[in-house]
Design a protein around this ligand. Sequence first.
Ligand code: NAD
Length: 509
Amino acid sequence: MTTAQTTVTDRARRILEAVGTTLPDADPSAEAVIARSPITGETIARVPATTDVDAVIARAQQAFTTWRSVPAPVRGAVVRELGELLREHKADLGELVSIEAGKIRSEGLGEVQEMIDICDFGVGLSRQLYGLTIATERPGHRMMEQWHPLGPIAVITAFNFPVAVWSWNTVLALVSGDTVVWKPSEKTPLTGLAVQAIMEEAARRAGADPAIAQLVIGDRAVGEALVDDTRIALVSATGSTRMGAQVAPRVAARFGRVLLELGGNNAAIVAPSADIDLTVRGLVFSAAGTAGQRCTSLRRVIAHESIADELVERLAKAYASLPIGSPLEADTLVGPLIDQQAYNGFTAALSAAAEQGGSIVAGGDRVAVGGDSGDDAYYVHPTIVRMPEQSAVVRSETFAPILYVLTYSDFDEAIALNNDVPQGLSSSVFTTDLREAERFLSASGSDCGIANVNIGPSGAEIGGAFGGEKETGGGRESGSDAWRGYMRRTTNTVNYSSELPLAQGVQFG
Ligand code: NAD
């Protein structure tokens, strides 16, 4: 092990100990998931895989039988403890996100802040779960809705938001009276272990059964064991559309519920009236930030033909000044791709773009960042490609910092291009024309779950419902009334009269 390797591994070890667990070291013969850092490419640890998923689900099922009857505001106390502990460990957990997922420091911290925010939301929500009372047609009757806990929930997450997505789901599920079994990405097991240790401490402090939120470690096979188990009432799965296409029919076949948060292919329309300085800042953060590895990353700019050249020139200039390197360094804005597979996706997309008539105007290559990074660390220049027209590569999601630029001449054409992709997650328009802005947000405008004006498509807050349409899967998580997805609705009619009138005036005997 080199000195460079020792640094990242030692930092990970220290952080895991600080949150109350240890850096695992699986027996070489045991089934394990390899934890590595994309910063240096080094292996940090062998994390033992969960071999008995059935026993974990059985514990979640058992815990549910008690947890569902705990009053919701009391359930909220666990979430309040979780939020307090996350505040305490924010710096450490944020750094571990950087180490394992490659996010720059402020984004690693931002991800933990998002967990804290959803905890605050969840504590309030625990006193606001409500149903309707509905006017009945029958005298002496009352009709109402109640929302009840659903059961054990499986949360399957992607590498790129290794901790926040767990919290969006788990906080809502716990407040709703469900129990949780989490399978983090096999690319980010250490953040999984750290969050689990914090969660168990929160449960302990609140006097709750730690089995209300459990962790399983493993690859797709472990995910499939959750997907196929009839005791799992809801499978909330975040990841690629390929994964969603495998998961959804399997859960449907056993009449379970799914909540899918899948790939995006997010666009920004830039109109002639746009504030160009603000637009360039918004586009660069959305496209190059997180090295293009957000589900909401900007992948397509649809620029009016009158301003496209100037916009591309300004973007290329901004791209040339982006500091690329270790996300642990204070001034870095673009960190590494997660692994070689992601780098292969980047090069394959650029070859396809060239074949489909594209020309690279910025980036396009791998960067040697020096320092501690080894051959197995993959840093690339964020890339801009001008495309002559819509094409297959533009219509597919490549999880890397590639921004395709298309042009339009009239606004209807721009909206049509925005919508002409299989995914429907996020979108934005940069304009100071009120008619264009409102048209974009209207029913005949963007077909995405998220549509913004004068901000890029990435960087959502927890207060709104998050998710997208079409191949993005249709799920909604986080704020607004997303909690309803974690509960079951019962409609109750109570007869407090001494008559028995039937609905619709039906007479029976
Ligand atoms: P991935 O699909 O490779 O893996 C995601 C998770 O699914 C992992 O935990 C994996 O083990 C599991 N998995 C894969 N196949 C499975 C199967 N058949 N059954 C059960 N589990 C299975 O995704 P990734 O590379 O980790 O993440 C990147 C992708 O995730 C991108 O497409 C991105 O857009 C998407 N994403 C979407 C959102 C959103 O909210 N819409 C958020 C983050 C990431």
